[in-house]
Design a protein around this ligand. Structure first.
Ligand code: SF4
Length: 359
C-alpha cells in the first residue's frame, strides 16, 4: 500500500501504539485505517518518538515509515512463508535458549521491543501477544543450561529487545554469566541506540560490562537516516566505554534496495565506529512478501558495493536457512574454477583475470 500521509503533525512524546494514534500523528490517513485495524489485531505496533520524528510525512514512500508503519499487505501470506522462519523453536532445549551452533546460544529474556518492525522475523513471538518475559525460574534454567554446556563460549542476548531490560536486571544477568568460566563473550542484538538513544545512559552501559567477559553490541539499522546525531552519540558512548560495536541490517525492498542507500548505510556505520557485519536476506516471515527481493537482486546489489566502498565498509550477505539450519554466506563469488582447474578472478569493475596469471 502506498500511503499518502497528511502534512506534518506534532510528534508524540511517547510511542505510537494504536491505529488511532497513527491517524492522529499523520502517519496513516483516515481512509487507510480500516486495513490497519485488522493488522493491529494480529501484530504489535510501536513507533518510538525518535523514529516518528524521522518520518517524512510528505513522502508516501518514506523508508523509515515503511519499516514501522503497519501495512494491510501484512495480512497476505504466501505459501513459502512460516511462523518460525529461521527455526528457533526446533533448536530450543529449554525456554529462552536457542542452541543451533555448538559454541554459542541465543538467550531470549524478553519479547517486547521499543518499536515493532513490520518485517520482523520473530513477529509471531514478540509483542504483547508474544512469548513474554522469562520468569525467574525459567531464567535459572536457561543460565543452568549454559553453565552445564562447556562448549558454549558466546551468549547472544536477543529478543525481543534485550536493552529494554532494566539496568539492574541486566547487571544481574551479566554477573551470573561472568561467573560461568567457559563463557567468554556476551553479545547484545539491539535497535535501542537508534530508536531510543536516550536509553543508552551510564547505568545501562555499566550494566553491559563486566571485567571478565568481552561485550559486543550488534546494532540493527537499515537506512542511513536512522543514524541521527542522537543515535551516533549513543553509539559513541558505548564505543568509548570499551564495548565493540558491529552492525546488522536487513535488505528490504523500498527501504535500502539500491546501491546508493546501501553504500551510504555501510559508510555511516563505519563513521560511527560500528563495523558492518551482517546484511540479512529477508526471512520468510508471514506477511512480509512486500519487503522481499530475490537473491539474484540481492547479490547484484552486494556486488555493486565492491570497489565502491572500502573493505572496512563491506557487510557479509547472509541467508538464514529455513528450518533452523543456520546461516549461509550468499554473496557474489569473486572467483570461479573451470573444468580444467583454472581460476578466474573478477575485479571490482567486473573484469575477469586468470589466476595465476599466464605470463
Ligand atoms: S526490534 Fe528486532 S525483535 Fe523487535 S520487532 Fe524489530 S526486528 Fe523484531
Amino acid at each position: 500500500m502506498s500511503r499518502q500521509r497528511h502534512q506534518v503533525k506534532p510528534t508524540s512524546a511517547r510511542p505510537i501504539r494504536t491505529p488511532a494514534e497513527l491517524v492522529e500523528t499523520g502517519l496513516v490517513t483516515a481512509e487507510d485505517v480500516a486495513g490497519i485495524e485488522a493488522v493491529a489485531q494480529r501484530y504489535a505496533i510501536a513507533i518510538s518518538p525518535a523514529m516518528a520524528a524521522l518520518i517524512d510525512r510528505c513522502d508516501p514512500n518514506d523508508p523509515i515509515a515503511r519499516q514501522f508503519v503497519p501495512d494491510a499487505a501484512e495480512l497476505i501470506a504466501t505459501p513459502e512463508e512460516r511462523d518460525d522462519p529461521i527455526g528457533d523453536l526446533a533448536y530450543s532445549p529449554v525456554e529462552g535458549i536457542v542452541h543451533r551452533y555448538p559454541d554459542r546460544v541465543l538467550l531470549k529474556a524478553v519479547h517486547v521491543c521499543p518499536v515493532y518492525c513490520r518485517f520482523c522475523f520473530r513477529r509471531e513471538m514478540v509483542g504483547p501477544q508474544g512469548l513474554g518475559t522469562l520468569s525467574p525460574e525459567a531464567m535459572d534454567r536457561a543460565l543452568g543450561y549454559i553453565a552445564d554446556h562447556l562448549q558454549i563460549s558466546e551468549v547472544i542476548l536477543t529478543g525481543g529487545e534485550p536493552l529494554m531490560i532494566s539496568p539492574r536486571r541486566l547487571a544481574e544477568i551479566m554477573q551470573r554469566l561472568a561467573a560461568i568460566d567457559h563463557v567468554k563473550i556476551v553479545r547484545f542484538h539491539t535497535r535501542v541506540p537508534v530508536v531510543e538513544p536516550e536509553r543508552i545512559d551510564k547505568a545501562l552501559i555499566a550494566a553491559l560490562k563486566t571485567s571478565r567477559k568481552a561485550t559486543y553490541v550488534a546494532l540493527h539499522a537499515n537506512h542511513p537516516r536512522e543514524l541521527t546525531p542522537p543515535a551516533r552519540a549513543a553509539c559513541a558512548r558505548l564505543v568509548d566505554s570499551g564495548i565493540v560495536m558491529i552492525s546488522q541490517s536487513v535488505l528490504l525492498k523500498g527501504v535500502n534496495d539500491d546501491s546508493d542507500t546501501l553504500a551510504a548505510l555501510m559508510r555511516t556505520f563505519v563513521e560511527t565506529r560500528v563495523k558492518p557485519y551482517y546484511l540479512h536476506h529477508p526471512d520468510l516471515a508471514l506477511g512480509t512478501g512486500h519487503f522481499r527481493l530475490t537473491i539474484k537482486e540481492g547479490r547484484a546489489l552486494v556486488a555493486g558495493l565492491r570497489g565502491r566502498i572500502s573493505g572496512l565498509c563491506q557487510p557479509t550477505y547472509i541467508l538464514d536457512i529455513p528450518g533452523g539450519h543456520g546461516k549461509a554466506v550468499i554473496g557474489p563469488d569473486a572467483i570461479r574454477q573451470d573444468d580444467a582447474g583454472c581460476f578466474t578472478v573478477s575485479d571490482f569493475k567486473g573484469g575477469g583475470h586468470a589466476y595465476p596469471p599466464a605470463d
